[in-house]
Design a protein around this ligand. Structure first.
Ligand SMILES: C[S@@+](CC[C@H](N)C(=O)[O-])C[C@H]1O[C@@H](n2cnc3c(N)ncnc32)[C@H](O)[C@@H]1O
Length: 199
């Protein structure tokens, strides 16, 4: 069941449209570390591994790449519109419209990715989702996390903060990287890229 309001989805779709125009969010074209961390994550997984993509958006940045690697991909998003677009863009994946803090998978996935999605949650839902991610992963499974250092609710994610949240869920950080970009307006925009493993 979708808990979040329709307003939220609409607001998000407006932000997503903005990203697509490339006015603000150029991380996928500018980043050198996103491809590096993505490859590291893929190298940790076996052929045909079961992978969950949390907050898949239109599927073109991550879901499609996961399918191309030959993984068995399930992708979720809160937005009906994003799921509709992603189904068209990535026919090889399974899609579910659900909010990520509501997922109820148990020891099912070898890998989970959250690419610029979990940071959109409030602090409470972020912590709930961290628990759901740990539950959904098999022991030894990997979690690839990309997030903005500052989210849209003015939360700053420090490495220490993230380590504390995920350590409470039995997840160990294998690698954390930070990359900073300058926006057109000459403001600094930092992203964190993390690879974790369930113990
Ligand atoms: C910046 S986009 C990232 C899309 C994709 N992961 C990528 O990297 O290209 C964030 C996505 O998270 C989704 N999202 C936001 N809150 C969510 C939630 N609570 N549960 C599931 N998806 C959510 C949005 O609808 C949007 O499609």
């Amino acid at each position: 069941m979708i808990k979040k309001s329709f307003d939220f989805c609409l607001k998000y779709e407006v932000i997503w449209g903005f990203y697509k125009k490339g006015n603000e969010y150029l991380v996928f074209t500018k980043s050198k570390l996103i491809p590096f961390m993505f490859e590291l994550f893929c190298d940790c997984l076996k052929k045909k591994a079961k992978v969950l993509d949390l907050g898949c958006g239109n599927g073109v940045h991550v879901t499609e790449q996961l399918v191309k690697q030959g993984f068995d991909v399930t992708a979720i998003d809160i937005s009906e519109k994003m799921i509709h677009l992603a189904k068209k863009n990535v026919p090889g994946a399974k899609f579910i419209q659900i909010s990520m803090e509501d997922i109820e998978f148990k020891n099912k996935f070898d890998g989970i990715v959250s690419s610029f999605s979990i940071h959109l949650l409030n602090e409470r839902d972020f912590k709930i989702t961290a628990g759901k991610i740990a539950n959904a992963l098999k022991c030894g499974g990997f979690f690839l996390l990309f997030l903005d250092e500052n989210n849209h609710k003015n939360i700053t994610y420090s490495k220490t903060y993230l380590k504390k949240i995920f350590a409470n869920q039995g997840m160990e950080f294998l690698r954390i990287e930070k990359e900073t970009f300058s926006t057109k307006e000459n403001q600094k925009h930092s992203i964190l890229l993390c690879l974790l493993q369930k113990q």
